[in-house]
Design a protein around this ligand. Sequence first.
Ligand SMILES: [Fe+2]
Length: 344
Amino acid sequence: MANDEPRGAVHWIDHYVVGTNDMVAWADWALNATGITRRPIVGITTAARKKNVPIMCFLWWEGGSCRVGAFLQSEVYPPSKGLGKDTPRCGFYVRSDDIDLHLRRLDHHKIPHTDPIRTAAEGDEGTAIYFEDPDGNQYEFWAPVHMPEGAMEICTSEKVGRISHAVYGSRDLARTAVFFDKYCGLQPVNNPTIAEGMLVLRLRAGGRIVYKLVDRVDERVAGHGPWWDMHTALTVRENEFLPNYRRMWEGLPEEENAKEKLSESVEQQDALPARTGLHRSPVGYKWKEIYQRGDEFYDWDGHAFHFYGGIPLKEDGSLALYTPKEQEEYLRELAESLKNRART
Ligand SMILES: [Fe+2]
């Protein structure tokens, strides 16, 4: 670990999850857009319906250290603000030599996209192609001038690399910057090419989190009802995972109840502070039960996140390439530490 690494720093985006109104169409789109391997859609058996299991699909890159996913929503989305215009947006690394290949594939599958756009407005210099899924969720192929190590080593059969960045709306960039500095070890990038009204946070191994100044909370975020489960998972070193949560649990309030039991208006939800809350996964429910705190956290603008542990694969100790550590393992460790505390 480098000496200058801030405590609990985020190294990559491990996964990015959207909402959809048509799960089969979304899964087909994801395969066509990225060349990723097909995986089962969860929740569509009768047994799963009897247990009320959410209908979802996760697709992952080789090694499992990067994933995209979707959850079926219980309401129909209003139209997005349009191709390349709405946030949140998720980018994927591609090589600049392969841009024509990606454009041909998007055209072949009739996936709406922009022409390649040369830009340095979001902190790095490169070429972007904006595209969208059938629900109007926004994505981008990002071909940077400088490709970070680990970005393309796990690419799909169609040469799409791991998640390069995510772009969100923020009503107060300074407040958002303080939040990510305190809890995620990330400081704003100072670069004269960054566009006005933009906050860029560079992750330790590669990738960025970008916030764009907006007047209103992004429509499609988990903290802004009636939407569910869309979130971003941030990779931290395996031994920083629990300390990061402990800092957060000390510093942030917990959402008063599970989201389905709250009856706040959208205006009330949008006025809530940054907070932790129940993560609606089997591990998340268990976590909350044994610890009374949730392992999901929200920024000041309703975007949901959780941490993911990463174990370095390279001898230099960097997380350029890593093996993910499943949340079940941390849950077991947490339960064990609580038991030991009770005994003493
Ligand atoms: Fe997740």
